[in-house]
Design a protein around this ligand. Sequence first.
Ligand code: NAD
Length: 356
Amino acid sequence: MKSEVLAVEGWRKVVHFIDDQSGLNAIIAVHDATLGPGCGGCRIYPYASFEAGLEDVKNLSRGMTYKNALGGIPFGGGKAVIFADPKTDKTPEMLRAFGAAVDHLEGLYYTAEDSGVTEADLAMIRSVTPYAAGMEDKGVGGNPSPFTARGVWRGMQAAARAKFGAETLKDLTVSILGVGAVGMELARLIHEEGGRLVVADVNPTAMKEAVERFGAETSTPEDAIALDVDIFAPCALGGSLRQDSVERMQAKIVAGAANNQLKTPDMDQKLHDRGVLYCPDYVINAAGVISVGLEILGTWATEEMNRRIDKIGDRLSEIFERAQAENTPTGAVADKMALEVISKGAKSGVKSTSAA
Ligand code: NAD
């Protein structure tokens, strides 16, 4: 396997790996390792160019630095991308070669699931390196989606308290865009609390399930964001908060699981100006990586997970209070708080890894 360290300013380490035998072409990026080793998933995607993959892994690894800091786990930001189509190109050899690449970094980076990678793939990677997590083992860890859903639900409750003075989601209406692994479980939690649901998905089977199980109404993906509802929950792909969609929005809260919800950074200010309470995506959807973090630390337990997930709501309440006191958008406040956590960690000399 060939490896080349790429000079990327502002990143702790970025390495390009090529293995001709298995066809592996991957980049591992560790953005910041102040609080601990970089931790974040591996994405398998047929990027149009090397530059596109590099850009993605840079953005994703930087995002993980912020997410892990505010998630309260002792890990920095890391992420990996494999240039391949997961449907046609993924092979056990490629996954094992990727495991060897992760191992090459000697603990500076821990990998986990992201799009294109399954739990079975992770097990394959894990057969080569100990630096992989996110696999269910004797009831510990595993599929993060139910945890993520619970974290979003807790965050939504915190937002409803701050915005409407509501103690629960009862009688509030939530529009969920994307009822997949996270969105469907979120729908269940809202329904059980007495909330009303509107769901939109490109998959009609998923919508049918939400209608049958939770009495949800349906909408189209295009209209889901503009409905006269209390809360909008983006749980499909990123980028749904755009200039045109935010202008059409009637909901007073945005609380969903999708990554990178803001199409452009200025949408943070735009939502703030319109009086919409935005739950910063990487704060509200952090439960999955918190589970992975506890799994790596060997401290995973159901009660501990639930305690940590409940803290997502507390963290968001803190963000809302600061945003109001400083008249600053919530996304900007979250970024500031994450940097404060990292700087405090740097001062206290938290150093988790001596790896290169
Ligand atoms: P998923 O693939 O299980 O579900 C996504 C759903 O969105 C599917 O039902 C799909 O049909 C639907 N969808 C896709 N494109 C759509 C579109 N244009 N309009 C409407 N619906 C569309 O994914 P998931 O695991 O539920 O994750 C949802 C989002 O949350 C993703 O953005 C993911 O990155 C993010 N996220 C997930 C986790 C987790 O633990 N699974 C953790 C953090 C963040």
